[in-house]
Design a protein around this ligand. Structure first.
Ligand SMILES: NC(=O)c1ccc[n+]([C@@H]2O[C@H](COP(=O)([O-])OP(=O)(O)OC[C@H]3O[C@@H](n4cnc5c(N)ncnc54)[C@H](O)[C@@H]3O)[C@@H](O)[C@H]2O)c1
Ligand SMILES: O=C(O)C(=O)C[C@@H](O)[C@H](O)[C@H](O)COP(=O)(O)O
Ligand SMILES: [Zn+2]
Length: 364
């Protein structure tokens, strides 16, 4: 068992990582239930894992109630949030209760946000079931939904009380979802850890083929990296946490353009966005071209997008989406650029007209 602590003073919490953990989750969750029934929110695709978790809780003497949300990015919406909050109120959830989010990043972001606002904040626990949620979204307390104007524009920072990660649940995840989550794993190497990017180049194929040791290593390494960054800048105010946004300004624009309909997954958009950030850094004379090519090559070999192939939107249209980015301040949109692999930094001097030209010149 690996335990990583997210160190946030009185809001610190453990992230427990262990194959088979779901069936043993009762012992971890019973203290948070405090003798009350626990509500578990899951989407319809994680039925077998929901059954395992309910059995584990029952074995620990905790009664459960399951609430099902619709699967997919479309569930990060006002309509789903309203339905979920109404159901949680019907079930009599109290401030001192801990709602359990069982699922991918969509369930985690939605349930975390519902927990943040229900009765002006109640507790929650993340039990992530996708690679993306295990390495990224379950840790750090960013919660929220999408708005008409763009991705994650409505939300709150609200930390979970506990994160339970069982890498075995990845065995039922569709391969495309595993690959999308892997993009966020690669991100940690590109941000500030070139050795870990090298590890990804050597072990990514095994991880994607289901090698449990590779998956466990990637999850533990990613969670530790994210915990360090979140502890240093919980609310993204100093620029440290913004590093986790590598590839996301481009990526969120691509997701908005695709319409959150499942045709482009978040991790796929982030992969494309990271390749674009590296190539734009080369264009600006900041990054060696070999590094950008090495990044793109690893994404390609992992069957992830490495740019704009198939995207028809103009550069200016994509830039219009980017203007809603939450990092924008005083009309300036800081971009995550790179001086090389593992040398990402926040650049405040990017000209959006130049980004539009760059995107128009990218191969489609
Ligand atoms: N809060 C954060 O810090 C943060 C970080 C990264 C991403 N995100 C958000 O996370 C979301 C993407 O999350 P995701 O990639 O997990 O997508 P997701 O939650 O939509 O899950 C992907 C698909 O896999 C299914 N699924 C989940 N677990 C499964 C399992 N074990 N077996 C079979 N099917 C399973 C789901 O039902 C869904 O259809 C995006 O909305 C993104 O913005 C948030
Ligand atoms: O935790 C963070 O901070 C991140 O930026 C992680 C990202 O992978 C994630 O997609 C996050 O939801 C993006 O946040 P946003 O603030 O750009 O909406
Ligand atoms: Zn992301």
């Amino acid at each position: 068992m690996t335990v990583v602590t997210v160190g946030l003073g009185e809001r610190s919490y453990p992230v427990v990582i262990e194959p088979g953990l779901l069936a043993r989750a009762g012992g971890h969750l019973a203290p948070l239930a405090r003798g009350r029934r626990m509500v578990i929110v899951a989407d319809g695709n994680v039925g077998p894992h929901l059954a395992t978790l309910q059995a584990a809780l029952s074995g620990a003497g905790v009664a459960t109630e399951a609430v099902t949300t619709r699967a997919g990015e479309g569930a990060k919406s006002w309509a789903s949030l309203e339905r979920l909050c109404d159901r949680l109120l019907e079930l009599g959830v109290e401030r001192g209760d801990h709602i359990v989010a069982l699922g991918g990043g969509v369930v985690g972001d939605l349930v975390g946000f519902a927990a943040a606002i229900l009765k002006r904040s109640c507790g929650f626990v993340q039990v992530p079931t996708t690679l993306l949620a295990q390495v990224d979204s379950s840790v750090g307390g960013k919660t929220g939904i999408n708005a008409r104007a763009g991705k994650n524009l409505i939300g709150a920072f609200h930390q979970p009380a506990l994160v339970l990660i069982d890498p075995d649940v990845l065995d039922t995840l569709p391969p495309r979802e595993l690959r999308a989550g892997y993009a966020e794993v690669v991100k940690y190497g590109l941000i500030d850890d070139p050795d870990f990017f090298g590890w990804c180049e050597a072990n990514g194929a095994a991880l994607l083929a289901g090698d449990k040791a590779a998956q466990v290593h990637a999850i533990a390494h990613s969670v530790a990296a994210k915990a360090r960054i979140v502890a240093a800048d919980e609310r993204e105010t100093t620029g440290v946490r913004a590093l986790l946004n590598l590839g996301h300004t481009f990526g969120h624009a691509l997701e908005a353009e695709a319409g959150y309909d499942g045709s482009l997954l978040h991790g796929e958009a982030v992969a494309a966005g990271m390749a674009l950030a590296f190539r734009y850094s080369v264009r600006r004379g900041l990054c060696p071209a070999e590094d950008a090519e090495r990044v793109a090559a690893h994404l390609r070999v992992s069957d992830l997008p490495d740019g704009l192939r198939g995207v028809t939107a103009s550069g200016e249209r994509l830039v219009e989406h980017m203007r809603h980015d939450k990092k924008a301040s005083g009309g300036v949109l800081p971009f995550l650029l790179a001086r090389g692999i593992g040398r990402t930094f926040l650049d405040r001097s990017v000209d959006l007209a130049d980004i539009a030209r760059f995107l128009d010149e990218e191969p489609r």
